[in-house]
Design a protein around this ligand. Sequence first.
Ligand SMILES: NC(=O)C1=CN([C@@H]2O[C@H](COP(=O)(O)OP(=O)(O)OC[C@H]3O[C@@H](n4cnc5c(N)ncnc54)[C@H](OP(=O)(O)O)[C@@H]3O)[C@@H](O)[C@H]2O)C=CC1
Ligand SMILES: CC(=O)N[C@@H](CCC(=O)OP(=O)(O)O)C(=O)O
Length: 348
Amino acid sequence: MTVKVSIVGATGYTGAELVRILHSHPEVELTALTTRSYVDMPFDKIYPHLYKYNQLVCEEMNFPKLFENSEVIIIALPHGHAMPVALEAARLGKKIVDLGADFRLKDYRVYEKWYKVEHEARKLLDSAAYGLPEVNRDNIKKASLVANPGCYPTSAILALAPLLKHKLIDTGSIVIDSKSGVSGAGRGLALGSHFCEVNENFKAYNVAVHRHTPEIEQELSRIAGEPITVTFTPHLLPITRGILSTVYANLLDPPVAKDRIREAYLDYYKNEFFVRVLPDGTLPQTKWVSGANHCDIGLTLDSRTGRVIVTSAIDNLVKGASGQAVQNMNIICGLPEDMGLYGPGLYP
Ligand SMILES: NC(=O)C1=CN([C@@H]2O[C@H](COP(=O)(O)OP(=O)(O)OC[C@H]3O[C@@H](n4cnc5c(N)ncnc54)[C@H](OP(=O)(O)O)[C@@H]3O)[C@@H](O)[C@H]2O)C=CC1
Ligand SMILES: CC(=O)N[C@@H](CCC(=O)OP(=O)(O)O)C(=O)O
C-alpha cells in the first residue's frame, strides 16, 4: 500500500528533514513539495545533501491541484498559516499532520492569547488529535487531523507523564528547564540565530512567557486529571540539533517513591520503542538521539531535597518535529508505527 504524501512548506528545516526521512520510507511516494520563495527550483538544489535522492521540483501551494494527487498533507509552515490549508484539506477528506501550533491548543481563546493570531479554523479544533503517540495513540488512530506537538512540549511531557499518571509528585511544584539547539528556530534569517550571537554563548529566553507553556499545561492536565501549571524556561544552546530538558518536582512521599519511580516509567513506556528509559545511573545526552526518533529519559532521586530530577533528550527536528510527524502519519494510515523511522542516531 503506497501512500501519496505532499509537504506544504517543504523548504524549511523540518520540511527538509521530512523529505530525508520519507525518501527511505518503503510505503510513501512524495508527490509535491511546496514553497513560497523557491518556485520551480529542484529541491536538491536547495538541499544538496538530497542530491540523487530527490527528483521533485518545488511548486507553489495551489488548491485544489495540490490535493488531487495526495492522500496525506504534511504542513510545515509557521503558525498562523496552516489553518486555510487544513480547512481545504479537510473539505476534500484528506489526512493532515500539522507541525505548527495551529491545532495543538483545544481552546481557541488560549491560542489567540498566546499566539496573537485569530483562529480561522475553530471548527476543526474538536476533531484534531494532539500528536504525541506515547500518551494519545487511541485518539490519533481515529483522527484525520493530527496536531504534531512542539519540540519542547515533546521533551517535557514525555519526562513527566509517568509521574503524573502514578500520582507521585506535588503537581504544584513542577519546574521544566529546557535547552535547545538553534535549528529549533527554523531556517529563516533572524538576528538571534546568527553565528556570532549563538557561538560560545548560552542564554535563557522568553522566560515565563514562552508559547509552549499552555501546550505543556494542557497535556499534563489531561494526563493528571487536574489543572496543572508549570514553570518553563527555555534556553538557546550553541549546537545545531537537540533538546535537553531537566525537570524538577517534589515527591509526595519520598521514601515510598524511591522504589516506585523507575517502576512507574518502565511500566508507562513498556511498549514504546521510541521512548528509552535509560538504566539507573545513565543520563541522556543530545548526541545519543541526534538523527533518531527517540526520546531518552534519565531518572535521579535527590533524597536530600525530596525531589525527583528527570532529564530527557530528543532531536528537535526528529522526535521533536518531522520524525514524530511520520510516526503520526504511519498511525493514521494504518502502517507500522516505526516504518521509515527505525534506527539509532548518529554518534559522535
Ligand atoms: N525547527 C524545529 O525544530 C521545529 C519546528 N516546528 C514547527 O514546524 C513548522 C516549520 O518549522 P521550520 O521548518 O523550522 O521553519 P522554517 O522557517 O525553516 O521553514 C518555514 C517554511 O514555511 C514557509 N513559509 C514561511 N513563511 C511563509 C508564509 N508567510 N507563507 C507561506 N509559506 C511560508 C517557508 O517557505 P519558503 O522557504 O519558500 O519561504 C518554509 O518552507 C513551524 O510551525 C515550527 O514552529 C515544530 C517543532 C520543532
Ligand atoms: C530554539 C528556538 O527558537 N526554538 C523555537 C521553538 C519553537 C517551535 O518549534 O515552535 P512551534 O512549533 O510551537 O511553532 C522557539 O523557542 O520559538
